[in-house]
Design a protein around this ligand. Structure first.
Ligand code: AMP
Length: 194
């Protein structure tokens, strides 16, 4: 059975890791606006250049840009989406409901990855060190200064979505402090059987 789900949580909570895992285990399609924006930057497109500075600082890019990216992906059709890092504002959440409605689809669950700030700093600094050690590019926003802004953006603009989806009866939470496999197991237990 195909499901459409959102993974919600602060930077470093493990959304990308768990989304990638669900593409393997459940054949879901990962839609990460962060990845799409980084691809736009790497391609040197006009939009990529416009958002580079905002992203490096750790601020959110405008709603119309990210909604446009998601609209384009959904226009290709399909079902069984994991939204990773989207929506991040209430306006984005409303837009997503509408886009899915237009396709005759709906959201099945919003899974919040619960973690605490100390762990996030460790994980993000760790992610940068790992990339450096492997000779891979380090994300421009994986540094202490941007992280502060990213966390602030999360608490101010994104965390209201927790109450929003809770009120809709769609919110489920898992303990994101457990190890990767345990979190994956807890998420799997929340989804209907395939
Ligand atoms: P992520 O890879 O999800 O951590 O996203 C990296 C950066 O891309 C964020 O700090 C924002 O600058 C931008 N970004 C990604 N997704 C969104 C979104 N849904 N709304 C606004 N900005 C976003």
């Amino acid at each position: 059975m195909s499901v459409n789900i959102i993974l919600l949580g602060p930077p470093g909570a493990g959304k990308g890791t768990q989304a990638a895992n669900l593409t393997q285990t459940r054949g879901l399609v990962q839609l990460s606006t962060g990845d799409m924006l980084r691809e736009a930057q790497a391609s040197g497109s006009e939009m990529g250049r416009r958002v580079a500075e905002v992203m490096a600082k750790g601020q959110l890019v405008t709603d119309d840009i990210v909604i446009g990216l998601i609209r384009e992906k959904l226009a290709q059709g399909g079902s069984g989406f994991i939204f990773d890092g989207f929506p991040r504002t209430l306006a984005q959440a409303d837009a997503l409901t509408e886009l899915l409605n237009d396709m005759g689809q709906s959201l099945d669950a919003v899974i919040e990855l619960r973690v605490n700030d100390e762990v996030l700093v460790d994980r993000i600094v760790g992610r940068a060190e790992q990339a450096r050690a492997a000779g891979q590019p380090v994300r421009a926003d994986d540094n202490a200064e941007s992280l502060k802004t990213r966390l602030m953006a999360y608490y101010k603009q994104t965390s209201p979505l927790i109450g929003y989806y809770h009120a809709k009866g769609m919110l489920k939470a898992v303990d994101g402090l457990k190890d990767i496999d345990a979190v994956a197991g807890d998420i799997a237990a929340l989804l209907p059987l395939p």
